[in-house]
Design a protein around this ligand. Structure first.
Ligand code: ATP
Length: 356
């Protein structure tokens, strides 16, 4: 059941905000829409919610078709069985916590006794049972966001939609709330769509991540897939720090710009040029002259070093590029080094971005 989106389109006059987006989300699955500002993730979420009217395509929620504008079908938001949490908590200041959470039930005409029980259940679920009589101004930002969460779940929705719900919280609280939202969604066992531009949030919370760019999906997969096997420079860069260096195909294999033979892992590249992509934690640094078990050994020179506590982040000039490497050894700029890279950690990417 969950959510099914097929060929979703949304135009604002001449602007195409979403150009044909398709994905399925199973019951109990937590999926993030990740991408830079303006890529269309919020518009996609709002079309699912019914807060924007899609221009084309089909959306089903819990097996029920709710949006098919070409067939004249656009079910209003309040009939879509969704719970939604916004970035601005969107709680009403003049109402108590209890009244805020009860609001969606009163709109639906749920009798008072039943509503009171449901509200208390939702407040208890988010740990706010004891603050039911307070007003939002008497709550912290994190508590207000929990009120919004309780309001989203009080009507027993069949899907939960989140629009950057943690962006207004400080870093420490954000991490705590990530865990809470995740546990809550697991407990409810319903589909969740979570819009964010924060890669850590997306990677840490999601079963799958959908990366969007310019109104299209550029890759979807598990957090591990996306991080380890990006299919483009855009995705590689968006989901984490990455070093990119040019490769060219020569008789029998790939070589770096300085002519070193390079053994790559997965990836696809047509033609005679490509980009090698490697994460900083997957580069092993050796002092020049030392060697290790990695199949790729590239000569480089340390250009910059930043001590960060658990490790030092080095920028190393190598074969026509600058690569970042995390290492615990103490090296100064100018040091000559060798970079050991296992082929399994070196992804081949197309030299030009197909979708750019
Ligand atoms: P952000 O993280 O900044 O919210 P986003 O990825 O969620 O970005 P959207 O808000 O979905 O992006 O916007 C997608 C595109 O649609 C953008 O180019 C935006 O300018 C455009 N857009 C959104 N709302 C409207 C509107 N009401 N009128 C015209 N264009 C709009």
């Amino acid at each position: 059941m969950g959510i099914s989106v097929i060929g979703l389109n949304k135009r604002y006059g001449p602007v195409t905000a979403i150009g044909g987006v398709s994905f399925d989300i199973a019951d109990g699955e937590f999926v993030s829409l990740l991408g830079p500002s303006g890529c269309g993730k919020t518009t996609t979420l709002r079309c699912i919610a019914g807060l924007e009217d899609a221009t084309g395509g089909r959306i089903s929620i819990g097996g029920r078709l709710v949006s098919a504008p070409e067939e004249g079908l656009l079910v209003p938001a309040h009939e879509r069985q969704i719970g939604m949490v916004f970035q601005s908590y969107a709680v009403w200041p003049h109402m108590t916590v209890q009244q805020n959470v009860a609001f969606p039930l009163s709109v639906r005409g749920v009798p008072t006794a039943a509503a009171t029980a449901q509200v208390m259940e939702a407040l208890t679920t988010v740990g706010l049972g004891h603050l039911a009589e307070r007003h939002p101004s008497q709550l912290s930002g994190g508590q207000q966001q929990r009120v919004a969460l309780a309001r989203a779940i009080v009507g027993k929705p069949s899907v939960l939609l989140f629009d950057e719900p943690l962006s207004n919280l400080d870093a420490k609280l954000r991490e705590g709330m990530r865990g809470e939202i995740h546990r809550l969604q697991r407990r409810l066992g319903i589909a969740a769509v979570y819009v964010t531009h924060d890669r850590e949030e997306a990677l840490s919370m999601s079963d799958r991540v959908i990366v969007m760019e310019q109104g299209r999906i550029v890759q979807m997969g598990t957090p591990r897939d996306l991080y380890r096997r990006p299919n483009s420079r855009f995705v590689a860069d968006f989901v984490g720090k990455v070093g990119l260096f040019p490769l060219r195909r020569e008789a029998g294999g790939w070589s770096s710009e300085d002519g070193t033979r390079v053994v790559v892992g997965d990836g696809v590249a047509a033609g005679t040029t490509a980009i090698g992509a490697v994460r900083p934690e997957n580069i092993r640094l050796y002092r020049r002259g030392e060697t290790g078990p990695e199949a790729n050994m590239l000569a480089g020179v340390v250009a910059d070093a930043q001590y960060l506590g658990p490790f030092t982040e080095y920028v190393v000039d190598v074969a026509g590029a600058s690569l970042r490497a995390f290492a615990q050894m103490d090296l100064s700029p100018g040091a000559e080094v060798t970079l050991g890279i296992d082929p399994d950690n070196l992804v081949l990417l197309p030299a030009t971005e197909a979708h750019a």
